[in-house]
Design a protein around this ligand. Structure first.
Ligand SMILES: [Fe+2]
Length: 230
């Protein structure tokens, strides 16, 4: 399994190209912005980009979809139905963050309308990439249609903005829900097993075991609305 990471966008988002080393079949998880480095990596390693696989619809995860799709028009684009509104509303997303219309271009947030999705993720489906098999798990909470991609044989899970080293995704943006996020993490990520490596949408890698035992949002040390130290 090949995992190449590109830290891009003003949000330091982790875009990844993940490929089956035996077949050269690849996916790009969350292209946050247009990036020559991503294209160069795919082309330079003779990979076949099968799909642009989106964990959720936030701008720092989908902002490069249009550009990448133009370069690789055969690659399907997949997102959960619950985040379609966010995805197709990409040009308006910066405005929800308080950025003024006249600032969009200067800040690099003048997005074109994103390309049409090929289809939607289904919870529990197995998505095959060469000899890799990703289990798709719907994990609402950060956004309504967030999914994670778990490769059970390689023991790797790509969690987008659900879970970070020592933290969890924010739930104060439209569609966010703290209780749902904790349920999603508990039922669909921690349940994978302590030996899974966790690839987050921002920041370093971690493991399920490390987060289960030390993440203050999961151990009960920190609970929203109850004060930090109990
Ligand atoms: Fe996000």
């Amino acid at each position: 399994m090949i995992v190449e990471q590109f830290v891009i966008t003003p949000f330091q988002q982790n875009t990844r190209v993940v490929a089956c080393e035996n077949t050269g079949t690849a996916i790009c998880i969350d292209p946050g912005e247009e990036s020559a480095a991503i294209v160069d990596f795919i082309v330079g390693n003779n990979l076949e980009l099968q799909a642009i696989t989106l964990t959720h619809g936030h701008l720092d995860h989908v902002g490069g979809t249009a550009a990448l799709s133009k370069g690789f028009p055969d690659a399907e684009i997949i997102l959960h139905k619950g985040d379609e509104q966010l995805y197709y509303g990409l040009p308006q997303q910066p405005l929800f963050m308080g950025i003024q219309p006249h600032q969009l271009a200067a800040l690099g947030f003048d997005y074109e309308a994103p390309p049409k999705l090929s289809r939607n993720w289904e919870h529990g489906e197995t998505y095959v990439v060469g000899e890799l098999n990703f289990k798709i798990l719907h994990c609402p909470g950060h956004t309504p249609g967030h999914v994670v991609l778990a490769e059970e044989r390689e023991k790797m899970v790509f969690v987008g903005d659900c879970l970070f080293l020592g933290s969890i995704g924010r739930t104060d943006l439209p569609g966010g829900d703290y209780a749902k996020l904790i349920d999603s993490i508990t039922n669909n990520i921690l349940s994978l097993g302590d030996d899974f490596t966790v690839y987050s949408g921002h920041g370093p890698e971690t493991t399920v075991g490390r987060e289960r035992t030390t993440n203050p949002f999961l151990t009960g040390v920190y609970q929203i609305g109850r004060g930090k130290y109990l």
